[in-house]
Design a protein around this ligand. Structure first.
Ligand code: ATR
Length: 289
């Protein structure tokens, strides 16, 4: 990291804005990839409280910060602070990546493409499968907009009814496919999971430090299910452990994290990073080799 700071007096700065932010793995993977390519860039994590988000973008312009990732809980509110929104970010309704082009801030979303690539690499076929998405936040929106292109059978489950209902309604309207919504309850899992092929967890349940909790009681899981848990810390969540024991196919969130990062990196630098190196840097950090 300090090598990077010594690089030059014109080091390009990239940030990640989130709240909280201390557990983000993005600085590790981006800084190692910058260094590997000999790029004079540095990636810095900054904790921005929601009330300071607008000022943060003023600072991006004032300091000529070249780009940023945006993470929880700012992905949606960022839409109002950029100068231009890519079609995919507008469609999803959330921004996870910003690029500063001569003072003009352009926002896009690489989560959906990152998730799609992770699923493809894992040979998980969505085609007309029955898919249940847990959650209705920014990540759920990206996943839903991506997966609905490949299936007519999407089901949203969320704790807060309004958020879930709005997402289901919006998807139904936009894609002319009926997307169902149910409130997050064990009864729903008991009733609906037997007919579900792919379950995607976008909630934060099971994320570090609460690593021993799972959104779904183990007895509702069945061996025809594929589980995609987008959490990457821990690498194997309680849901993934339970699912493996029940004979499910399981994919964690590490590849999605890496691929969304690769797409952001390419957009900022016009260069292709070493994906394996990025992945290894995170695995090392999470102390799993
Ligand atoms: P992100 O942008 O990463 O998706 P988010 O917008 O904070 O993050 O969304 C987190 C999701 O996890 C939400 O769907 C949230 O449910 P609510 O809409 O009801 O807030 C869900 N979530 C978080 N903790 C939860 C819990 N203990 N039980 C059920 N759902 C939970």
């Amino acid at each position: 990291m300090f090598d990077q700071l010594k690089n030059s007096t014109r080091t390009n700065i990239i940030c990640i804005f989130g709240h909280p932010i201390e557990h983000s793995m993005s600085p590790i993977m981006h800084n190692i990839a910058f260094k590997d390519l000999g790029l004079d860039y540095i990636y810095i994590a900054i904790d921005i409280a929601p009330n300071n988000l607008k000022q943060a973008f003023d600072v991006v312009r004032a300091l000529d910060i070249k780009g940023a990732n945006i993470t929880v809980p700012h992905k949606k509110r960022t839409l109002q602070y950029v100068d231009e929104i890519s079609p995919i970010a507008r469609k999803i309704g959330a921004i996870n990546t910003i690029k500063n082009e001569d003072g003009k801030l352009i926002g896009t979303n690489t989560d959906a493409s990152g998730a799609k690539k992770a699923l493809k690499e894992a040979n998980i076929d969505i085609n007309e499968k029955n898919v249940m998405i847990l959650g209705a936040g920014g990540a759920a929106r990206a996943l839903a907009h991506s997966l609905i292109e490949e299936t007519n059978n999407l089901f949203i489950v969320n704790r807060t009814s309004n958020r879930g209902k709005n997402l289901a309604r919006e998807l139904t309207k936009e894609y002319h496919k009926e997307v169902l919504f149910k409130k997050f309850k064990n009864k729903i899992f008991e009733e609906k999971l037997p007919s579900i092929d792919i379950l995607v967890n976008t909630t934060t349940i099971g994320m570090f430090p609460d690593i021993h909790i799972s959104p779904i009681p183990k007895n509702y899981l069945h061996d025809d299910l594929t589980i995609f848990d987008i959490i990457y810390n821990p690498l194997e969540t309680q849901l993934m452990k339970d699912a493996s024991e029940k004979g499910c196919r399981v994919l964690g969130g590490l590849d999605m994290l890496i691929y969304q990062g690769v797409l952001s990196f390419e957009w900022w630098t016009n260069q292709t990073p070493n994906v394996e190196l990025m992945k290894k840097s995170i695995l090392d950090e999470l102390e799993v080799k």
